[in-house]
Structure formats: structure tokens, C-alpha cells
Design a protein around this ligand. Sequence first.
Ligand code: NI
Length: 136
Amino acid sequence: MRITAHRKAHFNAAHRLYRADWDDAKNMQIFGKCSNPNFHGHNYDLTVSVSGEIDPETGFLIDLKILKDIIKAEVEDYLDHKNLNLEVPEFKTLNPTAENIAVVIHQKIKAVLDPKFDLEITLYETPRNFVTYKGE
Ligand code: NI
């Protein structure tokens, strides 16, 4: 039987969306307030969704303690209270949009998760704006 387990997490981080090859006016036109040159923060809410078969021996899909520890190591310790542009290597050259942050989170968790599971990331940048990424 296929089933999905979800675990929620949270982190705060600062960012600025911009392209260095555009001037401030064009960056402001495209990225709006998220292009403030002095950075600003968001309270990101994350749902990590793991899908697979129920283990008939335990009745579990995945030990949620293992998933909790993975999220702490790969996401919270890595991103919480960071300036994404300045402190997180992936975003030195990649715009830290919700889309790109979701992709980076997916890659980091996928790298350490048992490959038998499918993984989906849901990332809220604001209570009303969120993205989902399945690694496709
Ligand atoms: Ni922003």
C-alpha cells in the first residue's frame, strides 16, 4: 500500500532577489520589494512529504524521527537565520526565490534519504504564496 507521510518545519532567512547584470530600477520592476538592496526576511514554512510502501513488519512508511533529523541537518541548520545570498553557497549565483529554495531543499534531502522513497517539497514564502517541487 502506497502512502505519504508529511513533516512540517520552519526557518527564517533573509534574501534579495536581483540580477547583477540589471540595474536597480529593472531589478525593482521585476522583483519588487524582494529586490531591496539591503535584504529583508521571510518566515518560511516547509512541508516535507515522503511517499512509498508501508513496511508490513512495522506498519511504518518511514521512522519520522529519521525524517526529523534529516530536516534539521539539511534544512534548519543550513538555512535558519541565514542571509541566503551571502551565506549559502547555492545562492551565490542562483536567485533565492521560493522556487529555487524548494529545489535546493529537495536536492539536499534527496541526497541523504533512502532512495526507495519519493520526495515532495512544499515551501511557503508567505502564508498565501507557496511552491511545490517533486524533483521532476
Ligand atoms: Ni522576499
